[in-house]
Design a protein. Structure first.
Length: 284
């Protein structure tokens, strides 16, 4: 019997079809084989590692999403506690101070005895510390301009750092917190001096004396005490309290013998109009 051989045209077509089926099958297997877990299916260590990697690489938006999902899926345990701290940090770095503050307040309230709660107080201080003052002021040390802003968050930051140093004096964050407190103390004192000068220029001498006295009593170690004494002395003179003025002047001369008020009784002088127009000069 004679068997017919496939035609020359049919053989290449069959080979092509078989090859296509093999390639398609391999592609399908590859798709199913390489499809990795999502944030809804990852294990706890995997999800934390993913979030932490995003944080380390400054992808704060992705890190925030991952940490939030971890906290929702695994509502307790060491990973959850660390994720809450990390979440507050990435929100802070992503310029979301309100969200960061809410997250860290919730952590402190829920875990007041957690082993890293000292960091929580420190981070809360940093969040409030950076709420006031622009980048230029921080970069160039424009304390004068800083002191003319609203001081509400500076007061909160000071209290946060103070609580940290009081509760955890040996914390790794205590030394930096103390340095920031010194800076904030001086800014707050200068803010009071600014108000005292304003009252003095507008002849509200009782008010200027009160502000100066407040600086002397509450910011004793700040450099602004010298200016406070000078303003208090001048205010007493304008109120015809010469005896009190002389007493204050003696204290000023004893502790700050080079203060300009001792040679210029009209100090402090109002800033010139031109000075007020200079950007970032610290005057308004």
């Amino acid at each position: 019997m004679r068997v017919n051989k496939p035609s020359a045209i049919l053989l290449p077509a069959l080979k092509g079809l078989v090859l296509l089926l093999i390639v398609t099958g391999m592609s399908a297997c590859a798709i199913f084989r390489h499809k990795g877990p999502t944030i809804d299916t990852m294990s706890l260590p995997q999800l934390y590692a993913k979030a932490h990697d995003a944080m380390v690489h400054a992808d704060y938006s992705a890190a925030e999403k991952d940490y939030q999902r971890l906290i929702a899926r695994f509502p307790s345990g060491p990973y959850n506690e660390q994720a809450q701290l990390d979440l507050a940090y990435v929100q802070y770095k992503d310029n979301k101070p309100d969200d960061a503050s809410s997250t860290i307040d919730r952590f402190i309230k829920t875990y007041p005895l957690q082993k890293h709660v000292d960091y929580a107080y420190y981070l809360r201080g940093l969040i409030n510390f950076d709420r006031t003052g622009g980048v230029i002021e921080r970069w160039f040390g424009r304390q004068g301009a800083q002191s003319r802003r609203d001081q509400g968050y500076n007061l909160k930051a000071f209290d946060d750092f103070a609580e940290l140093t009081r509760r955890f004096p040996n914390s790794a964050y205590a030394a930096d917190a103390r340095q920031r407190m010194i800076y904030l103390r001086n800014v707050l004192a200068q803010s009071e001096i600014n108000v005292a000068e304003f009252y003095l220029r507008h002849k509200a001498y009782v008010a200027s004396a009160d502000r100066a006295q407040y600086v002397i009593e509450h910011y004793q170690q700040s450099p602004e005490v010298a200016d406070a004494l000078a303003i208090l002395c001048r205010s007493y003179l304008m109120l015809d309290q010469k005896k009190l003025a002389e007493q204050v002047r003696k204290v000023l001369a004893l502790n700050y013998p080079n203060h300009p008020y001792l040679k210029d009784p009209k100090w402090p002088h109002a800033p010139s109009t031109l000075r007020k127009l200079i950007p970032f000069s610290g005057h308004h």
